[in-house]
Structure formats: structure tokens, C-alpha cells
Design a protein around this ligand. Structure first.
Ligand SMILES: [Zn+2]
Ligand SMILES: [Zn+2]
Length: 440
């Protein structure tokens, strides 16, 4: 017993330990949807030859302050930052790009053509918890390093589309596309935008007024209705793009059109982070209430260099697993009943000898690749084991009774047809196969 146990007065009630505010558990139907999103992502990434990189969940805080920027909400208000036992400032990762860039620089990864990597896992932000937003949330993302071409942006977008198509929710999303210019042409736009914002500042919210000097582009991202209405009249960045940015944007749009990827030009689409150049895009949905991005990304050519690495161009996206799960639920409401614990369910007479045999047989089925369940409680009647088998969603029930066992046989019930046959034990795997029970 630990310290807590010793100090507890006898008879005092234990307080119930609950999950931390803003976090959630995934089990049953929700977990099945989570796994579906993950496997669709893995399949889409494999199709495009993108390799996984697993970075730590925490990093030095300065990685994020330098990459994301001190003035952003993420860094100033939302990071889980703590001092470790040696007093070093560490932060739980609030997003996936900075750790991947840190890895690339630290390991001196040689980029000869294009390096394509993806990540997938939990991220952390101390945001105010609200419907659909969590303090531990899950993201996947891809990053392409080394290619400055519009084709790299087009391929990144195609990966996103491919993933949504795999999940069957492509039709619930729209692709919005914009160019935010480059260091050559953006300053001129910023000046135009700033003078517009100053002239109209009385109509803007406090947050937007605070951003006019430091980060005017972010204003365009404001979700407040009054601000959004004002920005309908703001100067358009498309009118101030330099020739190189304009060509990049046109080529990208041609490639997308050729590939049959529909998009809508979105003049005021910007990304929350400062490091984006040229292409920015979002796959958005209106099916979850307010219009919301499920996958968002763009080009961030200057980031690797700004973190002390070589001057390599980069483009990528990140996607939110929780929101995709919500979208999947709209397509086909999942229920726990659909999630079976195993394909084959063993029931046996309750004698030590037959239970021992059932254990051995179940292990054999598993080694043959069948997902199998054996009831682990002693003293259960045939009837109650059958009821459990029925409820479990198994495709086949294998029955081991005294009579069958003496002949070296088992009975197998096909749970969808109701048909039951008796066969010699060695033939069991073949029979299951003909019933369509999969092996893994
Ligand atoms: Zn430009
Ligand atoms: Zn605003």
C-alpha cells in the first residue's frame, strides 16, 4: 500500500478519479471510428509513398515559440508548458510540424529530391473545452520537403482528397484555396490591408484591433460576424501577387483541375501561423455546425531555415481526427453492436478436461490467424455461453461438447445463416475459411 493508503483514515471514502477536463476516452464504436480514420490515413499515405516519422510528445518550449511565434494564441495562452526536474522549460506538442522540422535539422537528413513524411498522434492545447474541442486531440499530417513546385502543393492536396474519399466523406467537404503571397509581394499587401483596417477599426472586435500592427493577416481569420462582414470589403491579396506567386497559383489550379479536384478560390483564407507562403488551403465542412476545417495546410518555405536548418522549401497539411470521426458518424451512426470482440467464439461444456481442450483449440485458431474469443469464467452453462456468443457479434460459434469431443469433432454454427455442422477438429480452419471468416 502506498503513502496515500496509509494516511487514509479507515472508513473514509475514496474520491473517484476522473479523466482530466478536456480529455476523452475512446472505446467501442468511437474507437472503431478512430481506427478507421487512422487506417484510411495510413492507406492514403502509403499510396503516395509518404513515410512515417514518430517524434516525442514533448519538446523544448523554444522550438514552438520560435516556429509558431510568441504572439500567437497557441504559444501565449494554449501550451502545456512545464519545468522538468532540472528546471528546463518543456512543452507538450501543440502541433506536429515544428517537431518534424526539428528532427529534419537535427538528424541532418539529406534531401536530394523530395522528402515526404507523415506523423499521427496526440497534440495538446490548453484551449477552453467546448463541443468537439479537446485539450488532448489527435492529428495526422504530411510534410513535403525540398520541392518548391506547384506540383508538390497539388500532390499534397490530392493526398487530402484521397483520404477523405477513402473515408467516404469527400462529398461532405469543400476545398478552399488561396495564395498568401511571398516575402516579395506580401509587404505591399500588408500595407494596403493595414490602412483598410485602421480606417475601419471602429467596426472590429478587440482581438482584431490588437492584430492590426503585428499580424494583420490574422484579422481575416476572425470568426466574429461583424468582423467577417467588414472583411468582405477588404483588399484582395490576389490583386497584389507578384508574377512568380501568380504563376505558381495558376499552375496549381491547372493541375488540380486536370486531376478532377474541385476547389473554390477563397480570397480571405489565411492560416493561423505566420510561416505560410503562397498556397494555403482547407477542406471544410458545414455539416458540423459552423463551417469548420477538417484538413488544413499550405506552403511554408521559410520555416526550416528560420529554425536553423538549410533553406529548403516545404508544403504540407494537418487533419483533425476527432472532427473526421464526427463526420463519419453523420454518414453511418455507429453502434457498439457493430464492433465484435472476435470472429470466432468458442463454447464448451463446463468440465476441466473440455475447458482445457477449448483453450488449446482457441490458441490454435489464433495461430492460424482467426480472431477468436474463449469465455474465461468457470462455471458458465452452455446456454449462458451461447447467449454471450450471440451478443458478441461473432461470425461463427465453435461448440465443444462431450459427444463431439469423444469423436474428435467440433460443431460449428454459422451465425448469419443459422446452419450448424459437425466436422473433424483438424478441418476446422478450412471450414471457417469457406464461411468467409477472415485471417489476419
Ligand atoms: Zn510573391
Ligand atoms: Zn474580429
Amino acid at each position: 500500500m502506498g503513502k496515500d493508503g496509509q494516511s487514509r483514515r479507515p472508513g473514509a471514502t475514496l474520491s473517484l478519479i476522473q479523466k482530466v477536463r478536456g480529455t476523452r476516452d475512446f472505446f467501442g464504436a468511437d474507437e472503431a471510428l478512430f481506427a478507421r480514420v487512422e487506417s484510411a490515413a495510413l492507406a492514403a499515405f502509403r499510396r503516395y509513398g509518404i513515410r512515417q516519422v514518430r517524434t516525442p510528445i514533448f519538446e523544448e518550449t523554444s522550438l514552438f515559440t520560435r516556429s509558431i511565434g510568441e504572439e500567437t494564441d497557441i504559444v501565449s495562452k494554449e501550451m502545456y508548458t512545464f519545468a522538468d526536474r532540472k528546471g528546463r522549460s518543456l512543452s507538450l506538442r501543440p502541433e506536429g510540424t515544428a517537431p518534424v522540422v526539428r528532427f529534419l535539422i537535427e538528424e541532418k537528413i539529406q534531401i536530394t529530391d523530395t522528402l515526404k513524411v507523415f506523423y499521427l498522434g496526440p497534440m495538446f492545447r490548453y484551449d477552453r473545452p467546448q463541443a468537439g474541442r479537446y485539450r488532448q486531440f489527435h492529428q495526422f499530417g504530411i510534410e513535403y520537403f525540398g520541392a518548391a513546385s506547384a506540383a508538390a502543393d497539388a500532390e499534397v492536396i490530392a493526398v487530402g482528397r484521397s483520404l477523405l474519399a477513402k473515408l467516404g466523406i469527400e462529398s461532405r467537404t469543400r476545398l478552399l484555396l488561396n495564395s498568401v503571397g511571398c516575402p516579395a509581394c506580401r509587404p505591399a499587401y500588408m500595407e494596403k490591408l493595414q490602412s483598410f483596417l485602421r480606417a475601419r477599426s471602429a467596426e472590429l472586435c478587440e482581438d482584431c484591433r490588437g492584430r492590426i500592427d503585428a499580424n494583420p493577416l490574422r484579422c481575416l481569420d476572425c470568426k466574429r460576424e461583424a468582423c467577417a462582414k467588414t472583411y468582405e470589403e477588404s483588399p484582395k491579396i490576389s490583386s497584389t501577387l507578384c508574377d512568380a506567386c501568380r504563376r505558381h497559383d495558376e499552375t496549381l489550379k491547372e493541375l488540380l483541375a486536370d486531376a478532377g479536384i474541385a476547389f473554390a478560390a477563397a480570397d480571405r483564407l489565411v492560416r493561423g501561423l505566420d510561416y505560410y507562403v503562397r498556397t494555403v488551403f482547407e477542406f471544410v465542412t458545414s455539416d458540423l455546425g459552423a463551417q469548420d476545417a477538417v484538413i488544413a495546410g499550405g506552403r511554408y518555405d521559410g520555416l526550416v531555415k528560420s529554425l536553423g536548418g538549410p533553406d529548403v522549401p516545404a508544403t504540407g497539411f494537418a487533419g483533425g481526427i476527432e472532427r473526421l470521426i464526427e463526420l463519419l458518424k453523420l454518414n453511418a451512426p455507429a453502434s457498439d453492436a457493430q464492433v465484435s470482440a472476435g470472429d470466432v467464439y468458442l463454447v464448451s461444456a463446463d468440465s476441466p478436461e473440455l475447458r482445457r481442450k477449448a483453450f488449446r483449440l482457441t490458441e490454435r485458431l489464433r495461430s492460424e490467424g482467426f480472431s477468436s474469443v474463449l469465455p474465461l469464467l468457470d462455471g458458465k452453462s452452455f446456454k449462458s455461453q451461447f447467449r454471450a456468443a450471440d451478443k458478441s457479434g461473432a461470425r461463427a460459434v465453435v461448440i465443444l461438447g462431450e459427444a463431439e469431443s469423444e469423436k474428435g469433432c467440433v460443431s460449428v454454427k454459422n451465425m448469419s445463416s443459422g446452419e450448424q455442422v459437425e466436422i473433424a477438429e483438424p478441418d476446422l480452419p478450412r471450414l471457417l475459411e469457406t464461411m468467409g471468416v477472415p485471417r489476419s
